[in-house]
Design a protein around this ligand. Structure first.
Ligand code: FNR
Length: 392
């Protein structure tokens, strides 16, 4: 399966489409209702424009960073996406191997088509793994799963909060009655009344609430990130409730359609709750009084009066990210890292583990190129002054 023609992440989608079954294509590519948010997630990044600095010794660049304390060769992780076996016989195992070989982090879906043990068996020494949690209505089952995550030393739990029920994914619905396969350890069957995605939500508890976060916290010390935050209010509530981080996400537009693109939520947090960001990211975008007074400095001097939050709180974002420049823009605006969902599903569908490695290399090269052309050498050089955000 030709990787030669794949030179960017959009190419994976184009090459994957004819290789996938109609059911797989519909499940992977679909989004809620009219798929408006799926598209604005991506186009929103065009509203952020760069302000590169010149003559900055960019002979070398380093895209590595840490995500919730775990090393990562690039500030990109594999967002949890179910049913990788629909695209390739080895399924999520491709993601575990590809992530291990390239030094990035895989977040495993609760609805993965491979078992936890199969993926953990592929884990290299010291390879970090995150787990995305859907909380079962049966709390005994939920607790057993969390204890398994503990026993397997998972590095973070992503508690998905934007999917108490499944969205209306019409491409998927039109194919109901045509699929049966494994997900999350149970067999999922779409029938005459539901498509694949609806069948998968059968065990998920729609009454999940902030008290359950306390309950999860009481049974495990694994760091917890809330996935699916879409307002500054919920970002603040997540911090106040003791979460270690949030993943700003609208599930790739697969849930409530016409929600704002993820990028706008990050901008809202910058505006109304800058204290949630690391101090150096609270500055406005564009030139500032300080950068004009000291144009020779790439990064502003530390403001001693700016206090970091009393405890760790990292901000991640996903949805519509296709380019190294998208990643760098999100980081300039204060994100610690970004997730990519469909891109890695398509990559493993096209060429298994090798496809995943190819995707990471594309991101790595594009991120390093963007860093150097911006006048930066490393992820910690990035600041809001490297971008300007245009009004809608
Ligand atoms: C997802 N996503 C998802 N999220 C989650 O918390 N649990 C899950 O099981 C799944 N499953 C899933 C399947 C498929 C096919 C897709 C495309 C997505 C959402 C995923 O984690 C992520 O939020 C989005 O995919 C990010 O958007 P992009 O990168 O696909 O645009």
């Amino acid at each position: 399966r030709g990787l030669g023609s794949v030179i960017n992440m959009r190419d994976f989608e184009r090459v994957a489409e004819p290789l996938l079954s109609t059911v797989a294509w519909a499940y992977y590519a679909s989004a809620g209702d009219d798929e408006i948010t799926k598209n604005t997630n991506a186009s929103a990044y065009q509203r952020v424009e760069f302000r590169p600095r010149v003559l900055r010794r960019v002979g070398a660049a380093d895209a590595s960073t840490t995500l919730l304390g775990c090393p990562s060769s690039i500030p990109v992780f594999i967002a949890p996406a179910a049913m990788a076996k629909l695209g390739h016989p080895l399924g999520e195992v491709n993601l575990t191997r590809g992530a291990g070989a390239t030094g990035i982090i895989q977040a495993i879906s609760s609805n993965a088509s491979c078992g936890i043990d199969e993926m953990v068996a592929e884990r290299l020494d010291g390879q970090p793994l995150f787990y995305q949690l859907y909380v079962n209505r049966d709390r005994k089952k939920a607790e057993e799963l969390i204890r398994r995550l503990d026993a397997n030393k998972f590095d973070a739990i992503m508690l998905t909060a934007d999917a108490p029920v499944g969205g209306k994914r019409e491409r998927d619905l039109r194919l109901k009655g045509e699929f049966e396969g494994p997900a999350g350890g149970v067999s999922v069957k779409s029938d005459d009344t539901q498509g694949v995605s609806q069948a998968m939500f059968a065990g998920v508890d729609p009454d999940l609430n902030w008290d359950d976060l306390k309950w999860i916290r009481s049974i495990t010390s694994i760091p917890i990130m809330i996935k699916g935050v879409q307002t500054v209010e919920d970002a603040l509530q997540a911090y106040n409730a003791g979460a270690d981080g949030i993943l700003i996400s609208n599930h790739g537009g697969r849930q409530l359609d016409t929600t704002r693109p993820s990028l706008d939520v990050l901008l809202e947090i910058r505006k109304h709750a800058p204290q949630l960001l690391r101090p150096e990211f609270r500055a406005p975008t564009g030139p500032t009084a300080e950068s004009l007074a000291h144009p020779e400095r790439l990064t502003p001097a530390d403001d001693a009066s700016a206090k970091p939050l009393p405890r760790r709180f990292e901000i991640f974002i996903d949805g519509g990210i296709h380019r190294g420049t998208d990643v760098v823009k999100a980081l300039c605006l204060g994100a610690n890292g970004v997730g990519v969902g469909r891109g890695f599903l398509f990559a493993q569908s096209v060429a298994g583990e090798e496809g995943v490695e190819h995707a990471v290399n594309i991101f790595k090269q594009e991120i390093e190129l963007a860093l150097r052309l911006l006048g930066a050498n490393k992820i910690s050089d990035l600041r809001p002054s490297f971008v300007e955000v245009k009004d809608k």
